[in-house]
Design a binder for this molecule. Structure first.
Ligand code: PLP
Length: 463
């Protein structure tokens, strides 16, 4: 089979999958044992034709796919793929550029420059900030915090890239219970160590308590400190008080890092932008393209207000690299060497929606989340826990026997098993709750109706 015929056949498979999204069950139906039975085979000694490989792959994955691209998937924080981004992602694979340096993929390098400028404008980040397109927020944290580590120690006369951390002043990381666990992992990667993280107290509404932040900074005034704030936490979608936190942190020469994996996107919306007021004063920001921008995985962005520190933390020269004029070589800013040309899909997503389209996507997801949470909460035995301020909210289900945690988990399992909609469970303030997260351009009012109807049925069925 020619490549052309193979790709046409693959397109047919792809279109068939997309067409099935509206009706297929969202939860996978295959068990782990069934999936292993389908895939686990002896290492093939000889190959088979590509079309047979693809046909078998499509057949074998069918019952093991989670329908997370469906408009009725409300688990974790998972975006869909915008048509333009999806198509650009296919082409990225075809072009197969190594986006390490300009010389290896000139168009991709320039597209990344444009993405960086556009993203800063969209997200309300100062134009002077440096940026990196990385795999996701996890690596964006690692990139931005490496810059923080560099600058805080360089300001104290210590060159961490040359000398490592042994012998330097220990760093400290202040955050709150709202932080995402990927932040902890980045702190581990960087050798700062989890024990260096101190939790600052929160107000009743979950915002970091500013008197505690000030007191904690005061406690060890000479310790180089990174303050990590949340722009949209995964349970409540809440935002920390950025103007006050930045003022307090900066008055102690601390570095302010903002995790806005999805929350930073409210900057595009006139209605919601106020939630980010003051965020522009931070020293670094991270967000995802594969969540609210609806770019296929993997797509994350790091921004740093101190480009020299960012570059010092990442850059590495090698005798065989080629630099061209004032071109931007991505490996001066990213933690990877060889890498996918992930600028193309992000560029296509932004170009296809424009600022107003992105604002509309964000607002529409928030409206859907609000309706899901408030309407599910009115169903018999349901209780409202958190009304979404943006696209995240919480509900739980009450049991006559008082074991609300068990009832909540059973209802969530029931909804997942039914396959019409998908919500995840989590523990929030020591209670089991069902999390509602809307992040996909595909979700329609009709999807919200179908999801609520499904929850109503499950509540009646499971006693
Ligand atoms: C998803 C998420 C992360 C981690 O991002 P990845 O893209 O999965 O690496 C970090 N912080 C928050 C708030 C998130 O929602």
């Amino acid at each position: 089979m020619t490549i052309a015929a193979l790709l046409r056949r693959t397109t047919d498979h792809a279109l068939k999958y997309l067409a099935s999204l509206d009706d297929r069950l969202i939860a996978p139906t295959a068990s782990l044992a069934e999936l292993r039975a389908a895939f686990v085979k002896p290492l093939p000694e000889t190959g088979i034709p590509a079309d047979q490989v693809i046909d078998a792959l499509v057949n074998d994955v069918e019952t093991g796919l989670l329908g997370s691209t469906s408009g009725r998937f409300f688990g974790w924080v998972i975006g869909g793929s915008l048509p333009a981004a999806l198509a650009a992602d296919w082409l990225t694979t075809i072009w197969d550029q190594n986006a390490a340096i300009y010389a290896c993929g000139p168009a991709e390098a320039v597209v990344e420059e444009v993405c960086g400028q556009w993203l800063k404008q969209l997200l309300g980040i100062p134009a002077s900030a440096s940026f990196a397109l990385v795999t996701g927020c996890q690596m964006a944290h690692a990139t931005a915090l490496a810059a923080a580590r560099h600058k805080l120690l360089a300001d104290r006369g210590w060159d961490v890239e040359t000398n490592g951390l042994a012998g330097s002043t220990p760093l400290r990381v202040l955050t709150s219970e709202r932080r995402h666990e990927s932040l902890i992992r980045a702190v581990k990667f960087l050798g700062i160590g989890e024990a260096a993280i101190e939790l600052v107290g929160c107000e009743a509404d979950g915002q970091m308590r500013m008197t505690d932040l000030a007191a904690t900074l005061q406690n060890a005034a000479d310790t180089p400190t990174i303050v990590c704030l949340q722009a949209g936490d995964i349970h409540t979608g809440g935002f920390d008080p950025f103007p006050e936190a930045c003022d307090i942190a900066h008055s102690h020469s601390a570095w302010v890092h903002i995790d806005g994996a999805f929350g930073l996107w409210v900057a595009s919306s006139d209605r919601l932008r106020h939630l980010l007021s003051g965020a522009e004063q931070a020293d670094s920001w991270v967000t995802d393209g594969h969540k609210w921008l609806n770019v296929p995985f993997d797509s994350g962005f790091a921004f740093v207000a101190h480009p020299a520190a960012h570059r010092a933390a990442m850059s590495q020269s090698a005798s065989y690299l080629i630099s061209v004029g004032d071109a931007r070589d991505q490996l001066d800013w990213t933690p990877e060497w060889s890498r996918r040309g992930r600028g193309f899909p992000a560029y296509a997503a932004i170009k296809s929606l424009g600022r107003t389209g992105i604002a509309q996507l964000v607002e529409q997801c928030c409206d859907h989340a609000h309706r899901l949470v408030t309407e599910i909460s009115t169903l018999p035995g349901a209780e409202l826990v958190i009304t979404p301020k943006i696209n995240q909210g919480l509900v739980r289900f009450l049991s006559p026997d008082g074991d609300h945690d068990r009832r909540t988990d059973r209802i969530i399992e029931g909804i997942q098993a039914k396959g019409i909609a998908w919500f995840g469970g989590t523990t929030w303030q020591n209670k089991r709750v069902m999390r509602v997260s809307v992040c996909n351009w595909r979700t329609t009012d009709g999807d919200v109706d179908r999801a609520i109807t499904s929850v109503r049925k499950i509540l009646a069925e499971i006693s």
